[in-house]
Design a protein around this ligand. Structure first.
Ligand SMILES: NC(=O)c1ccc[n+]([C@@H]2O[C@H](COP(=O)([O-])OP(=O)(O)OC[C@H]3O[C@@H](n4cnc5c(N)ncnc54)[C@H](O)[C@@H]3O)[C@@H](O)[C@H]2O)c1
Length: 261
């Protein structure tokens, strides 16, 4: 049994149809939260929302939205606050990878624009659409009115020359989280997380794909295993929980030791 510390709390997860977002949707709902799940993959979104609702019995609302489009994000935010009384947790998570291997001098402009608009502008647009109401809401006996967790990457802490634009977007996400943390203190904690190599949709849900990348890059994970969705979801739950109310503006790596050696 897990502690239901999110009872009476709304949560919103972008990129929630798959990978870390889907894992967080289950985890938040299991802790008593109602969940709004955002994704631009409509079919997978409907399937995930149904499964989370069936398993947990919590209110689970799917909203189709491309986070890189401001008009869609504004409409999504209005609908989310119509569906839920409050949004206590935002897991700003939607993101895409991009063709591996091209160096920074060879990236095409349309690739640059695409990844910047989803991975970086998307997180900014979603936070911008929600912060005002998140800041104004009140919870009995609690000083904080909300929690934001932005999904960055180890590639934002240690530049990967074979993932140049992706790395730049993730440096930006870490900066975005720090700036939001200063701006929204003392009401909302804002932290970023930096996962390493985990089997999710970005790696076609394939251990072999991750193993190939690690082999080609000669990367040895100090804790000697590939990361799971749960490794990251545990950290996200911690950053949404009463155990982390004094932590804000930080970027926390979860990469089996890769960031530290
Ligand atoms: N998997 C890893 O090892 C790893 C490592 C570091 C960081 N990350 C980050 O984790 C986050 C989640 O990715 P994941 O690994 O769970 O992959 P994933 O592909 O399983 O999940 C990403 C989800 O985001 C959705 N999405 C993509 N573009 C969108 C858009 N424009 N609007 C709305 N939704 C959109 C996808 O449809 C998908 O459901 C990303 O920000 C990624 O950069 C992943």
């Amino acid at each position: 049994m897990v502690e239901k510390f999110l009872e009476g709390r709304g949560t919103l997860i972008t990129g929630g149809a798959s990978g870390f977002g889907r894992g967080a949707a289950y985890a938040f709902a299991e802790r008593g939260a109602d969940v709004v799940i955002i994704d631009n993959n409509e079919e997978l979104l409907e399937e995930t929302a149904k499964k989370v609702a069936d398993k947990t019995g919590q209110k689970t609302i799917p909203i189709v939205c491309d986070v890189s489009k401001s008009d869609q994000v504004e409409a999504m935010a209005k609908q989310a606050f119509r569906e839920l009384d409050n949004i206590y947790v935002l897991f700003n998570n939607a993101g895409i990878g991009i063709a591996y291997g091209k160096n920074i001098c060879r990236v095409r402009e349309e690739q640059w624009d695409k990844i910047m608009s989803v991975n970086l502008k998307g997180q900014w647009l979603v936070a911008k659409s929600l912060w005002r109401k998140m800041k104004a809401q009140k919870f009995d006996g609690e000083m904080l009115s909300g929690r934001i967790i932005c999904n960055a990457s180890l590639a934002g802490l240690k530049m990967n020359p074979k993932l140049p634009t992706y790395s730049i977007t993730k440096v930006g996400v870490i900066a975005l989280a720090k700036l939001l943390a200063k701006t929204l203190a003392p009401y909302i904690t804002v932290n970023s997380i930096a996962p390493g190599f985990h089997v999710t949709g970005i790696y076609l849900d394939s251990v072999e794909v991750v193993e190939t990348v690690l082999r080609e890059e000669r990367i040895q994970i100090p804790l000697n295993r590939i990361g799971t969705v749960e490794d990251v979801v545990e950290l996200v739950v911690f950053l949404a929980s009463p155990a982390s109310t004094y932590i804000t503006g930080q970027c926390i790596p979860v990469g089996g030791g890769l960031a530290n050696f």
